[in-house]
Design a protein around this ligand. Structure first.
Ligand SMILES: Cc1ncc(COP(=O)(O)O)c(C=O)c1O
Length: 397
């Protein structure tokens, strides 16, 4: 089909799009009325479903009251949502810089880290994705950055956590590069689209120790893991580590409005008391984004949300393990409501084939990545695993 617009991350000729008319709760509804379970929360942002009243009502109210505000404006929603966000992060200090995407959150984190420390180098993992803009690509390590000219001369790689369980390889990298040149290290606490890689016990603490010893800032990219995706409000909390900066986007607004944020610690925030913050964007702290965030925070603060999430996590983990055993998976990794299952050399059905079975999933070669909406029900989640098995059978896997 020839369209007057592009599709992302694909060759355009012959691309078959996903026909969709609307979303309802944890499902897409196609024009022919067929329901498709959203097994990856779209691109990991519809954590709170497709028709969440708390988010929709918050945005609608804000649209009626003040749909746009100057980046320099102060208004109660801005203060209230920011304070509550600090609470969810578990911090009483520091400040939030607002953006409109994950990549922009990473861009601004890198800019601030370099400006405040006066150092040029950022340490990052090879098996990582931090966004498609030039700066975010320069620290990303997967195929999505290989194609373009970017600024990798300011990036040095650290070893993968599974090859470096005590983070001694990070220390070696620091010594090799020179601590006096390193501003920060950026990591996804659990790498998302690169296969839900969960660092071994102790790695994160080891990383924090190296950062403290050499005066290096620790940036956690929680764009995908944040907002209860990985068993805690933010994935870093599950490792008992305090970062210096946290990048957020995706589920921060449930995906209803493009929105993002960077939290910086109080010491870094103080730097800008006397220095000009050279950074900003037209849609900085957009009131509709803030309204969506306040809807998300209201949703998270409902006791029934966390009770249901707890049950979902148990069902999800059990079903993933069952599937892995039944289908002789070569690797399985699950944390909270995020999982990857690998099947060695065997080729999975395509995502189009899964759509025929009523499921929207993320496949990458022989790896399946699942991230169901956090407001699903255990019954619907179980049914989705039955559909998945059916899909594997029908497509001769
Ligand atoms: C961990 C992580 N960081 C950053 C990004 C970039 O976010 P965006 O696509 O909103 O720019 C993504 C997107 O998938 C991501 O998974």
């Amino acid at each position: 089909m020839k369209t007057p617009y592009f599709y992302s991350w694909t060759k355009q000729a012959g691309f078959l799009p996903f026909e969709v008319e609307r979303g309802e709760h944890d499902e897409f509804v196609q024009p022919n009325g067929k329901r498709v379970y959203d097994f990856t929360s779209t691109s990991f942002q519809t954590s709170f479903g497709h028709s969440n009243r708390l988010i929709i009502d918050a945005i609608t109210r804000q649209l009626g009251q003040m749909p746009i505000a100057s980046p320099k404006a102060a208004f109660p929603l801005k203060t209230d949502a920011s304070q509550k966000l600090l609470g969810l992060l578990g911090f009483n200090d520091g400040k939030v810089f607002y953006t409109v995407s994950g990549a922009e959150s990473v861009e601004n984190a890198l800019k601030m880290a370099r400006r405040i420390t006066g150092k040029p180098v950022i340490l990052a993992r090879k098996r990582s994705y931090h966004g498609a803009s030039l700066g975010a690509m320069s620290v990303s390590g997967d195929w999505r950055s290989d194609e373009h000219l970017n600024f990798t001369q300011g990036t040095e790689r650290i070893p993968e956590p599974d090859k470096d369980p005590d983070a001694s390889g990070v220390r070696e990298a620091v010594k090799r590069v020179g601590a006096e040149r390193i501003a920060a290290v950026i990591v996804e606490p659990i790498s998302g689209t690169n296969g839900v890689v969960i660092p071994p016990e102790g790695w994160f603490q080891g990383l924090r120790r190296v950062c403290d010893e050499f005066g290096i800032l620790l940036i956690c990219d929680e764009v995908l893991c944040g907002f209860h995706r990985c068993g805690s409000a933010f994935a870093f909390q599950g490792f008992q580590v305090r970062p210096d900066m946290v990048c957020m986007s995706k589920a921060i607004s449930g995906g209803y409005i493009p929105f993002g944020a960077v939290w910086v610690n109080s010491e870094m925030a103080r730097f800008y008391d006397e220095q000009v913050l050279v950074g900003g964007l037209t849609n900085f702290a957009h009131p509709l984004g803030l309204a969506a965030l306040s809807g998300v925070l209201s949703q998270i603060s409902e006791p029934s949300f966390l009770e249901n999430l707890n049950l979902l996590e148990q069902t999800f983990s059990a079903k993933i393990q069952e599937l892995a055993a039944r289908r002789a998976a070569t690797a399985v990794r699950v944390r909270g409501m995020l999982a990857a299952i690998e099947f060695g050399e065997r080729v999975l059905p395509t995502w189009h084939q899964f759509v025929q079975e009523g499921l929207y999933v993320y496949t990458k070669g022989s790896m399946l990545i699942l991230a169901p909406p956090l407001i699903s029900t255990t019954a619907r989640l179980r049914a989705a695993f039955d559909q998945l098995e059916q899909g594997l059978q029908v497509h001769h896997f």
